[in-house]
Design a protein around this ligand. Structure first.
Ligand code: NDP
Ligand code: ISN
Length: 311
């Protein structure tokens, strides 16, 4: 059975499909993205797309989505679409949202996230997306990252352009401040998470505050190293599924959303099967990262956020 259409409730009463299609795409692979998205939605049954202003793929997604909606089999309301505000546009999230909506050719997104709790010193169009000085160091602005979320709250409350708001790459400290200083609890915190990086304290904090955790890089990003873990392969054999199914179910069985990415249409077509992982299976998977944690996405701008295991 596929789990692509299963949903969980968010704290504002909306619901999110538990698996979303990751859309980060290297430039040389962008021509394939169109076919991947069509296959994902029309053949495999994906109903959730995770994208961002930063990924530079929203114009391609917009073309494909318009095409699919015009064909009439899938309607806008059948899909859950997430986009994000990049730190280069931290002071003008409205501009980021309007550009994303225009490029995606939709009137609203289902979920709008603050991509990182950071402020970059870029121009009013968010250029360059990652400003660096002559020594290569990221140039941060002297603003407060929480101002971005506060502006997102205003837009959420006063327009129909976003159905829910949330955050990404927030540490416990960042969330603590947000909960004290604003009156809209984010529906989601999107973070790197997989058996090598279980982040139990952060996940527990989110659960306590009814913030659903979304797992990015669930396979360990490029090259998918987490798929190679011996226990993941053993469990795949035990249940006669693919290692990718085990890693997706590791999250969904724990009440989280997983955002796997593949630019291989054959893999996309297979979707993800539901696997009856036992408590013991899950405990063993958690043990891997509890003993030897490993983070794969270590953007140089993220090390001082306070997320564990950056160095
Ligand atoms: N908020 C944030 O800061 C971040 C958000 N994200 C989001 O999460 C998504 C997923 O994370 P991402 O880092 O892209 O990477 P993933 O962890 O999803 O891994 C992608 C890699 O896995 C490979 N892969 C996928 N399926 C299989 C399979 N069945 N067998 C073998 N290899 C496989 C892909 O290769 P192939 O294409 O050949 O299948 C690709 O190399 C992103 O696309 C983005 O939407 C990611 C990072 C940060
Ligand atoms: O901020 C990001 N850094 C990344 C690196 C790889 C894939 C996605 C992302 C992001 O969204």
């Amino acid at each position: 059975m596929s789990i692509l259409q299963e949903k969980i409730q968010l704290n504002n009463g909306t619901a999110i499909p538990v698996v979303g299609l990751g859309t980060v795409t290297p430039d040389d692979k962008k021509p394939i993205l169109r076919e991947v998205v069509r296959t994902a939605i029309l053949d495999a049954g994906y109903r959730h797309i995770d994208t961002a202003w930063y990924y530079g793929v929203e114009p391609i997604l917009g073309e494909v989505l318009e095409e699919i909606f015009n064909e009439g089999k899938i309607k806008r309301e059948d899909l859950f679409i997430t986009t994000k505000v990049w730190p280069a546009l931290w002071s003008n999230p409205q501009k980021s949202l309007d550009k994303s909506l225009k490029d995606l050719r939709v009137d609203y997104v289902d979920l709008w996230l603050q991509h990182w709790p950071l402020t970059f010193k870029s121009d009013e169009n968010g250029q360059p997306p990652v400003p660096r000085d002559s020594s290569g160091k990221v140039i941060e602005d002297d603003g407060d990252f929480l101002d971005t979320y506060k502006k997102m709250v205003d837009i959420y409350k006063n327009s129909n352009k976003v159905k829910a708001i949330g955050v990404s790459n927030y540490s416990i400290g960042n969330l603590d401040r947000l909960l004290k200083e604003t009156d809209v609890v984010p529906v989601i915190n999107q973070i790197e998470l997989h058996p090598q990086l279980p982040l139990n304290d952060l996940v527990e904090f989110c659960n306590k505050h009814k913030i659903v955790v979304e797992a990015y890089s669930p396979f360990g990003s490029n090259g998918a190293p987490v798929l190679e873990l011996p226990l993941v392969k053993q469990l795949a054999e035990k249940y006669n599924v693919r290692p990718a199914d085990i890693l997706v179910n590791y999250h969904t069985a724990s009440g989280r959303v997983a955002l796997p990415r593949s630019l291989n249409p054959d893999r996309i077509k297979q979707g993800y099967k539901k696997v009856p992982l036992t408590k013991e299976d899950l405990a063993k998977l958690y043990e891997i990262g509890e003993k030897e944690p490993k983070r794969y996405i270590k953007e140089d701008w993220g090390h001082h956020i306070g997320l564990p295991f950056w160095d």
